[in-house]
Design a protein. Structure first.
Length: 139
């Protein structure tokens, strides 16, 4: 897709856990600060003390391969309220590997990762450290 997107994460300051909360268009400087402050205001007072929001990865949105540039440009001009992220859990940190508008594309990407499946007694099982998560856009 023609636009880059930033992943917004919420950090629990007590446990150190970092998880994805949403995504937004790539913002810079003061816009990032305003977005983080806006999200913090939505938390109740007890959560404000132990949590904070931050921007982490910047990713491009992935669409179906082989789309024409005109179609990609048209889709980029619209606002989508949800996207699907392929996430990897490493300890207490969640990393976004892939961002797509379509859930089936995200599932295909996850299934294509060799580490996303575990072989045990001649059977393949899904690795719980890799999963697809629905993220909402934060304006």
């Amino acid at each position: 897709m023609a636009k880059a997107f930033s992943i917004i994460k919420r950090e629990n300051l007590v446990t150190g856990e970092l998880c994805c909360e949403g995504f937004t268009w790539k913002k810079e400087g003061d816009e990032e600060k305003e977005t983080v402050e806006k999200l913090a205001r939505k938390l109740n007072t007890s959560e404000r003390v132990i949590s904070r929001y931050c921007f982490d990865e910047v990713l491009g949105m992935h669409l179906l391969p082989g789309m024409s540039k005109e179609l990609v440009s048209e889709l980029s001009s619209h606002v989508f309220s949800y996207a699907y992220a392929v996430c990897k859990k490493e300890g207490k940190k969640e990393t976004v590997l892939y961002l797509s508008l379509f859930k089936d594309m995200a599932m295909r990407f996850k299934n294509g990762i060799p580490a996303a499946s575990i072989r045990f007694k001649d059977r393949d099982y899904a690795n719980p450290d890799y999963y697809v998560k629905e993220l909402r856009i934060i304006r």
